[in-house]
Design a protein around this ligand. Sequence first.
Ligand SMILES: Cc1cc2nc3c(=O)[nH]c(=O)nc-3n(C[C@H](O)[C@H](O)[C@H](O)COP(=O)(O)OP(=O)(O)OC[C@H]3O[C@@H](n4cnc5c(N)ncnc54)[C@H](O)[C@@H]3O)c2cc1C
Length: 269
Amino acid sequence: MDLTRVESHRFAVDRGGLALRPGEHLLAGGTWLFSAPQPEITGLVDLTALGWAPWEVPPDGGLRLAATCTVAEVQQAPWPSAGLARQCADALLMSFKVQSAATVGGNLCLALPAGAMISLAAAFDGEVVIWTPDGGERRTPVTEFVRGPELVDLLPGEVVRAVDLPAAALARPTALRRASLTTHGRTGALVIGRAEPGAVVLTVTGSVPRPVVVALPAGSPESAVREAVAAAGAGVGWYADPHGAPDWRAAQTARLAVEVCTELAGGAL
Ligand SMILES: Cc1cc2nc3c(=O)[nH]c(=O)nc-3n(C[C@H](O)[C@H](O)[C@H](O)COP(=O)(O)OP(=O)(O)OC[C@H]3O[C@@H](n4cnc5c(N)ncnc54)[C@H](O)[C@@H]3O)c2cc1C
């Protein structure tokens, strides 16, 4: 789509270049920004020339994904086990062209319920690293950063720099299940389970307006899994849009959660 009011496009090459002038807006991969009218935007500040490494392994382990890391690059990062990253990338149902442009930061900041980079980062206890306009930095858990569809914890002038995933969470076994109304449709419900010693941590996205985390004792019976998921979903409200009605999403989420817990328990609850 042509953004008919845009009069300027500049690349930010350092932190100073991220200061926005009136009418300017941050541009990452542009896969969403160029897909809808943006009448209030008169200038674009492109993040893709900042030269951030797509991923880094910090000295204390874990994994840092740069905000400008593309969905395609996410799958090449040095994950202890690459399966979950690939499944989340596939959950976005993007063509390879879109995957090569769409970024982790764009997915987080768009904050759609079907944002599978949000699912991935939340499932591994990710923390969003935010550059503040005074030259500082603050950090916030992904689960608190995303507040609802197209609503995030970002103040004017702030920029998402990266998402940090801790080594301890990355090392744990995981399982993912996803439901969609149609074979190639957008995610209606997505559940990721992470096995911790004595516990299972479920991250629910797609069916709720923002990520919800449910921790259960390992080996919880099916009824307890269903009950906990139902209560967590009801707490934030089941999401409704053309990709699924709330009651369908609630039922799918419960089914997926049971499947995830069963897989992590080795086949039986
Ligand atoms: C075919 C197709 C399928 C799609 N499927 C899905 C899907 O299943 N789920 C889903 O969630 N989305 C989907 N999208 C929407 C969108 O493409 C993705 O969410 C994508 O990850 C957005 O990333 P981007 O880099 O293109 O962001 P952009 O379009 O460049 O930016 C999106 C927003 O984020 C802001 N932003 C970007 N980076 C930063 C940063 N570092 N700091 C602060 N603000 C920033 C921008 O200012 C803008 O407001 C789809 C799009 C297409 C074209």
